[in-house]
Design a protein around this ligand. Structure first.
Ligand SMILES: Cc1cc2nc3c(=O)[nH]c(=O)nc-3n(C[C@H](O)[C@H](O)[C@H](O)COP(=O)(O)OP(=O)(O)OC[C@H]3O[C@@H](n4cnc5c(N)ncnc54)[C@H](O)[C@@H]3O)c2cc1C
Length: 470
């Protein structure tokens, strides 16, 4: 089930720890610079941490603290995503967003939100009245005072996006090792010698993208604790596709200091999402949902869009943000030890990942290291699993539809199991194809899927479906 180990004598230019969206983007950036780069991940598949459960909004950065590292990375990442997504086959729903004020005290804060947006370069953000907001979203609940419109906010596919980054990195020679946990490391003058669950690995530069475990890895490598991860859970309810068109735009609340608040928005898969909540917890892994919080989310969602109460909830899930005691990302560079920590990428990493990657490339490649960038750039396309483009079920020779709720074909499943970066868990297969993620949650297709995936998944499907969803 493991990807093969590289030869023993190999020293990488850069080794990236953690295959979340940040690690995948950094690996891509460095591979395009011509570095010999290896991405290692302790889980069997990519996206096993914070990156597996988010709201999938490509933020403009309109509300980020001006002058923060986060704001700079979002802004750079947003621009690059919009430039490249088409060439990688990644969907982009240009929905825009409304920050809606539901009472006078929220309405009083809207002018400051517009000012901050303009200061952050989001100059098309504008204050609009309640009538204009209602005309844009006819189903909005009563009591809207006014709103801020941010036309540039978009929705993306949260799982295919990092996959596309890694596939492009692989097309330029980057390696990927799964089931490879970095346990310890020492810097030996010009290189790192790392002890991992799959043996010793050596690298010149080391990049910590360990997300929810970023502080622990940092301490193991450097002996220092400059920040502490404070896991913050976010729960979601997903409404059936019948609700997907109730709003064509992202509906945001006026944010608080700790959270962007509960969002109501469509998804690129045609559903409607309400969430996330924000609960501090000790566990870095426990993504269980709580019935009281889900009830609260439904009630908030239905007060924003009252018509939602006529639609069914298809699924619920939770993600965990790698928040820290700081309001900003924790990007720490130790040039002497050729070490870079990209930590505390809490609520905006999907939007900022390409910007963070550019910052990492400037740190590593602009420091006397000169790799040989490829003469031409390859643009592998990811399979289209959103409703934004032609799906495999529309094309001949697909082997028939296995999951009828999400229209997933036999060929899509076989390609995910056998293609580049083969998937090795049911959770990973869901993220690659959306199989079992629809209305029946796998009730009708699990038997056929069990046969198709026999010998590929660890744990196998009959065991995996008895485990709580991840
Ligand atoms: C509820 C919620 C909603 C969000 N909404 C949005 C949004 O709408 N838009 C947006 O831009 N962002 C959003 N985010 C933020 C975004 O999801 C995160 O910023 C991002 O996923 C962080 O990615 P990461 O790569 O830093 O960490 P992770 O995704 O946690 O990746 C770290 C990886 O490192 C691996 N790892 C850890 N330790 C080791 C080790 N020692 N050896 C090997 N591997 C290791 C882990 O298994 C994991 O796969 C949201 C997040 C949450 C939780």
């Amino acid at each position: 089930m493991n990807t093969p180990l590289p030869p023993h004598d190999r020293i990488f230019d850069v080794l990236v720890v953690g295959a979340g969206v940040v690690g995948c983007a950094v690996t891509r950036g460095l591979a395009l610079e011509g570095a010999r780069v290896m991405l290692v991940e302790k889980a069997g598949d990519i996206l096993d941490g914070a990156s597996k459960g988010n709201s999938a909004i490509l933020h403009t950065g309109f509300d980020a603290p001006p002058g923060s590292v986060e704001q700079a990375c979002i802004s750079e990442g947003y621009r690059e995503f919009r430039e490249i997504h088409g060439r990688l086959g990644l969907p982009l729903l240009k929905t825009g967003a409304l920050v809606v004020a539901w009472d006078d005290s929220q309405a009083e804060r809207l002018p400051d939100i517009v000012l901050r947006a303009h200061a952050n370069g989001v100059t098309d953000a504008e204050h609009i009245g309640a009538d204009t907001a209602a005309a844009l979203v006819p189903g909005l609940g009563p009591g809207v005072r006014s709103a801020v419109r941010i036309p540039g906010e978009c929705l993306v596919d949260p799982w295919s996006t990092p996959l596309a980054y890694l596939l492009q990195a692989r097309a330029h020679g980057a390696g990927f090792l799964n089931h490879c946990e970095v346990r310890e490391g020492r810097f030996e003058g010009d290189r790192w010698c790392l002890s991992t669950s799959r043996g010793e690995l050596r690298t010149r530069w080391l990049v910590n993208c360990a997300g929810l475990y970023g502080d622990i890895l940092h301490r193991r490598l450097t002996g220092e604790t400059p920040f502490t991860i404070r896991p913050r859970k976010g729960q979601f309810v997903i409404y059936d596709k019948s609700a997907g068109r109730m709003t064509g735009t992202i509906l945001l609340p006026v944010p608080s200091k700790t959270t962007k608040g509960i969002v109501v928005c469509p998804t690129v898969f045609g559903n409607l999402l309400v969430g996330p909540s924000a609960e501090e917890q000790d566990s870095r892994d426990n993504a269980e949902v709580d019935s009281e919080i889900l009830k609260m989310l439904k009630s908030v969602g239905e007060s924003i869009l009252p018509g939602l109460n006529r639609h069914d909830v298809t699924a619920v899930y939770a993600g965990i943000r790698p928040a820290t005691e700081s309001g900003d990302y924790r990007i720490l560079t130790d040039r002497e030890r050729q070490y870079l920590c990209l930590g505390g990428i809490r609520s905006t990493g999907l939007s900022a990942a390409l910007g963070i990657a550019r910052q990492a490339c400037r740190t590593i490649c602009g420091n006397g290291h000169r790799y040989s960038p490829p003469e031409s750039i390859r643009w592998p396309r990811v399979p289209q699993i959103s409703d934004a483009g032609e799906r495999d079920w529309m094309r001949p020779g697909n082997g028939g539809i296995v999951c009828h709720c999400e229209l997933v074909t036999r060929r899509e499943i076989e390609n995910a199991l056998n293609g580049p970066l083969p998937v090795r868990s049911l959770a990973g297969l869901k993220r690659r194809t959306r199989v079992t993620m629809g209305r029946c949650q796998g009730f009708y297709c699990s038997a056929e899927l069990g046969e198709l995936t026999a010998g590929f998944l660890d744990p196998p499907m009959d065991a995996a479906i008895r485990q709580p969803a991840s």
